[in-house]
Unconditional design. Structure first.
Length: 231
């Protein structure tokens, strides 16, 4: 069931609606990271004095320029780690479009799902970003202490988080928030396994940017299969 859902999600990647969500997520991410870099450079120029004196050394007049230039490579390095979670958060705002595209092609008989408000979508996306960043920061200790098992811990943890988020997102469109939580509890094992499969490409550059879109498509199919089987 999971592999069938994944295969169907991958097969729809050329869909223009999928590409639109991908480009929006990446574009907004690059814009945000660029804006943060500009802000940091401006703050350095604002709070670091042009010159100051140190005992036995004398006046120094280049610290603010050095710090301003240092911000740029620092942000480039941070972007390597921030690109995926931030892009995932931005892409998450538009994942309803991915689910709509999947349902329009494969489940047209159901009719369109009720629209989720932008405020609700922004709240859920921001919450998911916070949870996934906090959880992975907390996991740094077991990553270091159990280094040989770090890949398994990473897949297990992020598989749970991705499965929980994407299934909740898809199920909520048809069942409401409370119904989605109940459906997630009923199918916890299947959802975690599907999320673990989604978590594996997170470690592959460029490919990891497709995870939110493929994940939303896969979990849309999975939701309909699980609920259809239950019915």
């Amino acid at each position: 069931m999971i592999l069938d859902a994944l295969t169907r999600g991958l097969a729809q990647l050329p869909d223009p609606r999928f590409r639109r969500v991908l480009f929006l997520g990446i574009g907004l991410t690059i814009g945000l990271l660029f804006a943060i870099t500009v802000l940091f450079v401006w703050l350095v120029g604002l709070f670091v004095p042009d010159t100051f004196s140190l005992p036995w050394i004398g006046e120094i007049a280049w610290i603010d320029d050095a710090l301003s230039w240092a911000v740029v490579p620092l942000m480039l390095v941070l972007s390597i780690f921030l690109m995926v979670p931030v892009a995932s958060a931005f892409t998450g705002i538009f994942l309803d479009d991915v689910a709509d595209a999947v349902e329009a092609r494969h489940y047209a008989h159901l009719g369109p799902a009720p629209a989720v408000s932008l405020a609700e979508t922004l709240k859920d996306s921001a919450g998911f970003l916070g949870v996934i960043v906090a959880a992975n920061l907390a996991a740094l200790v077991p990553y270091l202490l159990l280094a040989p098992l770090a890949p398994l811990i990473f897949v297990a943890l992020n598989g749970y988080l991705l499965g929980r988020e994407y299934y909740q997102l898809i199920a909520m469109r048809r069942l409401g928030r409370a119904g989605a939580r109940e459906a997630r509890r009923r199918n916890a094992g299947t959802i975690w396994l599907a999320g673990a499969i989604m978590a594996i490409p997170l470690t592959v550059p460029v490919l990891n940017l497709l995870v939110p879109i493929v994940g939303a498509a896969t979990f849309t199919h999975l939701f309909h299969r699980l609920e259809g089987r239950r019915a």
